[in-house]
Design a binder for this molecule. Structure first.
Ligand SMILES: *Cc1c(COP(=O)(O)O)cnc(C)c1O
Length: 364
């Protein structure tokens, strides 16, 4: 089998040292293993600039969606109401969760290439005072647009609402100061910017908010409160924990700190993203999201012309060592390139050369 680098938004390319951690089988109730869980929880708090008097961390088995659903299912009671802001598929997935759980909610639906409007959110909150929670995706991986969490968290402070942020594809790759933003629940997962492998998600939650949610859950396995209660005691997961993934994640988080922390990683991702967008623009491939709204995580590109075939392009790239991602828009033809993971400037430069070469082949 030919090896390739993943230019996808996760699972992504991980270091060989992270993968090596999975060669040993660990016992879930052993003290050493439980200590790894506690270490991870402390490190995640540090990365969020939070302290354990105010915030706590819960790890949840499953992909990132399971962790988001555990928050929606646990953080809201039947008398609460959510304002869900959407401008992409991941926001829409949260709306779908709200329907499944039977939550009271209202959706503020924004075009995929636009930011939510501050005045509009204010208006919604003023007109519907029953709203208790505001939910938004930070980096909408659907397009790569970066949503304004500062604006939304300021509004929720002003109106006294609970804020839930799906920062799945941004946390670890972008500085997010939870206490100063006043975010109540932030969700991310093992296989995105921390650069671990897939298998669990995590929630960084305000302790007093979570403690008030004991009775809320409509699901046993997605009960975030119950998961926290057991894990917080001594690092024991409820039910089988993904031991290999946890060990790999522990190493990945150490490597993030060795790299210089989130700010250094953000710098690397920004350099990657900048280079990618500039070089593709030169090759006649334009980005869908404007530069000032673009995240340093993943970019959506429009098909350069009518002859362009994604499948052909994909195979051409894969044969040369890079795997890219299809687009997720319905009205325009697009593809996506992620620049997170164990990916450096030289990888992006190599990728751009191959793309330029392909564009030459296309026009001949
Ligand atoms: C990756 C991602 C998720 C979770 O997706 P899973 O496939 O369940 O891991 C949720 N929200 C955003 C914004 C994401 O990028």
């Amino acid at each position: 089998m030919n090896h390739y680098k993943l230019l996808t938004p996760g699972p992504l390319t991980t270091s060989s040292t992270v993968k090596e951690e999975m060669l040993f089988d660990r016992c879930t109730w052993d003290h050493d293993y439980k200590a790894i869980t506690q270490k991870i929880r402390r490190q995640l708090l540090d990365l969020a600039h939070a302290n354990e008097e105010e915030y706590t961390v819960v790890l949840m088995q499953g992909s990132g969606t399971f962790a988001v659903e555990s928050v929606m299912n646990t953080a809201m009671s039947n008398s609460d109401k959510a304002l869900i802001i959407t401008n992409g598929a991941y926001g829409e997935r949260i709306v779908k969760m709200a329907k499944y759980i039977g939550l009271n909610y209202t959706e503020y639906c924004v075009p995929y290439n636009e930011h939510p409007d501050e005045n509009e959110i204010s208006r919604i909150l003023q007109n519907d005072q029953i709203i208790t929670h505001i939910v938004m995706v930070h980096c909408e991986t659907t397009t790569g647009i970066l949503n304004p969490i500062e604006m939304v968290s300021n509004l929720s402070k002003k109106f006294g609402k609970t804020v839930i942020v799906d920062a799945m594809s941004s946390f670890g790759g972008m500085e997010i100061d939870l206490p100063s933003l006043g975010i109540d629940y932030l969700i991310s997962s093992a296989n995105k910017c921390i650069q671990g492998v897939p298998g669990f998600g995590f929630v960084i939650a305000k302790l007093d908010k979570l403690l008030a949610c004991e009775e809320n859950s409509r699901s046993l396995s997605l009960d975030l409160y119950d998961q926290w209660k057991e894990m917080h005691e001594d690092g024991k997961w409820r039910y089988t924990s993904p031991t290999h993934v946890v060990a790999a994640f522990s190493k990945a988080i150490d490597e993030l700190i060795e790299e210089g922390g989130i700010s250094a990683r953000q710098q690397r991702y920004e350099t990657n993203n900048q280079l990618l967008r500039v070089e593709l623009e030169k090759a006649g491939i334009h980005a869908y999201i404007t530069a000032e709204k673009q995240s340093p995580i993943i970019t959506t590109f429009l098909f350069p012309n009518d002859q362009f075939s994604f499948n052909e392009f994909y195979s051409y790239m894969k044969e040369r060592g890079f795997v890219i991602y299809p687009g997720k828009l319905t009205e325009v033809d697009t593809f996506r390139i992620g620049n997170i993971g164990e990916i450096y400037e030289e990888d992006i430069a190599a990728l751009c050369m191959i793309i330029e070469e392909y564009m030459g082949v296309l026009s001949n």
